[in-house]
Design a protein around this ligand. Structure first.
Ligand code: SF4
Length: 124
């Protein structure tokens, strides 16, 4: 008896997830789950469309097939360091006029000596 569609997708995802970066060969998956190619492929394509797994074409035992890999929800972390020190010294952070400062106003970043001096000293 064939597995229900949602249950089949859930089990495929579980197996693919467990295999991690190595992934699982599609035909191997069919025998693990006891489903035929047509039924399995349909569930796999549904998972691919949902962005949960990806397929990579490979040559397996002389035949073209796919390896299925899990697509982690979280994108890989990007590590970078930034130094806040120059920004922290920005006079606007401690300026009592910050909330009424703006272009066209009396307090105006384009005319502000404090900001101009800061920018000139930082770019030196
Ligand atoms: S630009 Fe000048 S006036 Fe405006 S918030 Fe910054 S330091 Fe204050």
């Amino acid at each position: 008896m064939s597995l229900m569609k949602a249950e089949l997708e859930r089990r495929i995802l579980e197996i693919v997830k467990q295999r991690g970066k190595k992934g699982v060969v599609q035909s191997e998956l069919w025998s693990l789950l006891g489903v035929d190619n047509r039924e399995g492929s349909r569930a796999v394509l549904s998972l691919v469309r949902k962005g949960l797994i990806k397929r990579e074409q490979i040559l397996y035992k002389g035949r073209k097939t796919y390896t299925l890999k899990y697509v982690p929800e979280k994108l890989e972390e990007v590590n970078f360091k930034i130094s806040l020190n120059p920004v922290i010294k920005l006079p606007c952070f401690v300026c009592k006029e910050l909330y009424r400062c703006g272009t066209g106003g009396f307090f105006n970043p384009y005319k502000c000596n404090l900001l101009t001096n800061f920018l000139q000293s930082s770019s030196a």
